[in-house]
Design a protein around this ligand. Structure first.
Ligand SMILES: Cc1ncc(COP(=O)(O)O)c(C=O)c1O
Length: 442
């Protein structure tokens, strides 16, 4: 106790001496006292200490199965050049294949020529182009909502919507398998977050029952879940939201251009457009660009655009991206059969994989996950497939539950049956080889 008091006095005395030294000529004395003080003060732990336990990437690199950051040397198309070799691309979110569409590329070029490379400011200030407004108007019309608001990425769209609407005493209720950007939006808000097991409607109802009457509540769900590829149980969610007075936000990152009438997404797929308060979309998947949007009532959009920090304090979508998203949207409107083409090649893939004995998760979307379970097995298979000319995405925890790793195959409308046949043959043979190596049956 006495030591503590002495220590405190000594430290305060030093501080007082330092405060008296205001003249530069006494810099030496000032520095000496500071040095002396550092001996009195305990050192913190080094922030970088955590790197010592961060060994997984090197472990996988040493085993030759590190799967990330492969380098693409061509357009994002059904076949790509990656690290010098042709690979069949079965791991892209370019669902409609529009990144290589001439109309979309020309629109981006024209916008670059007209507006230059960037907006140098947020939508709120100097960064609003007529192009943004046109894109927002056309998105709102397409999604049958009063208004739309564009953000710079899909990720920041979720951050921006949720953090703006879910206040300190409010609640956000999430499906456990919602996208990371939804979780981060909840963290950024000052509200409370509850989660229910994947697609467990009893779990959702019990969470709703726990929300106090004095609080507002937002139910947030992916429309199509990004990893498993299944569709959310929107009709049940709508019923529960009505019963308890909650609002609904559907993340249609993987549903826009994919399901619903002409690719209008999950609410349209279920005929529930009027019952869903807010739809969130990205431009980085079916719309072949970058960015995201909120589609909602005019009142919601107006509130979000004046209160959402990720919207107000971040530079707006660059001209070429706004133009390519707009051109892709128009292309989709002019080719309403594109989602059917996508669905038909997805169904063909699912059937072909089954014929080849490949263990897939059932869903009715272009996401066809191959169940691989163990993490190292998954990585090794992904590596072997890559070497054999097929690119797929390995998905490990935390993106999946522990022991439920998978290879995420995702289709584009441009993929041909020949390519699927070729890929299925390679996948079957690589699975057989690996199963033999590890003595796995079936
Ligand atoms: C369901 C979902 N929401 C949001 C995002 C974020 O979108 P973006 O990559 O366009 O920022 C993603 C991206 O993968 C996603 O899968």
């Amino acid at each position: 106790m006495l030591c503590c008091v002495l220590f405190l006095h000594l430290f305060i005395f030093c501080q007082e001496q330092k405060e008296r030294i205001i003249d530069n000529s006494f810099q030496f004395q000032y520095n000496s006292i500071t040095l002396f003080q550092t001996f009195l003060v305990r050192q913190m732990i080094d922030l970088f200490n955590k790197f010592k336990d961060f060994t997984k990437p090197d472990e996988y690199r040493n085993k030759g199965i590190y799967p990330y950051f492969h380098c693409l040397e061509s357009k994002q198309a059904k076949e790509v050049v990656m690290e010098g070799k042709r690979r069949i691309m079965l791991g892209s979110n370019n669902y409609l294949g529009l990144t290589t569409c001439d109309e979309v590329i020309s629109a981006a070029r024209e916008a670059l020529n007209k507006y230059g490379t960037g907006c140098s400011g947020s939508r709120f200030m100097n960064g609003s182009l007529d192009l943004h407004i046109t894109l927002e108007n056309e998105l709102a019309k397409f999604l049958h909502k009063e208004a739309a608001l564009t953000f710079t990425t899909g990720f920041s769209t979720n951050l921006g919507i949720i953090s703006s609407l879910v206040g300190r005493n409010d609640y956000a209720i999430c499906d456990r398998e919602n996208h990371a950007s939804i979780y981060d939006g909840c963290k950024l808000s000052y509200g409370n977050m509850m989660r229910y097991h994947h697609s467990d409607m009893d779990g959702l109802e019990s969470a709703l029952r726990r929300v106090p009457e004095s609080a507002g509540c937002l139910i947030i769900t992916d429309g199509i879940f990004s990893m498993r590829g299944d569709i959310c149980k929107l009709p049940d969610i709508v019923d529960l939201a009505k019963k308890y007075g909650a609002r609904i936000l559907v993340d249609d990152a993987h549903s826009l251009g994919v399901i619903g009438e002409g690719g209008r997404g999950t609410a349209s797929y279920f005929g529930l457009e009027d019952e869903v308060d807010m739809i969130m979309c990205t431009f980085s998947k079916s719309l072949a660009s970058l960015g995201g949007c909120l589609a909602s009532s005019a009142a919601v959009a107006d509130y979000v655009k004046h209160t959402s920090r990720p919207f107000m304090f971040s530079a707006s979508l660059p001209p070429a991206n706004a133009a390519s998203a707009l051109a892709a949207l128009r292309h989709l409107e002019n080719h309403p059969d594109l989602p059917d083409t996508l669905m038909s090649i997805s169904n063909y893939t699912r059937e072909t994989f089954k014929k080849h004995g490949i263990n897939i998760l059932e869903a009715n979307t272009p996401i066809v996950p191959i169940y691989t379970k163990d993490a190292e097995y998954t990585l090794e298979l992904a590596r072997n497939l890559f070497d054999a000319g097929v690119y797929v995405n390995p998905v490990l925890p935390p993106a999946t539950p522990e022991g439920e790793c998978l290879l995420r195959v995702s289709l584009m409308a441009t993929v041909t049956e020949d390519l699927v046949d070729e890929a299925a043959g390679i996948i079957e043979s690589e699975i057989k080889k690996l199963n033999e190596k590890y003595n796995i049956q079936g």
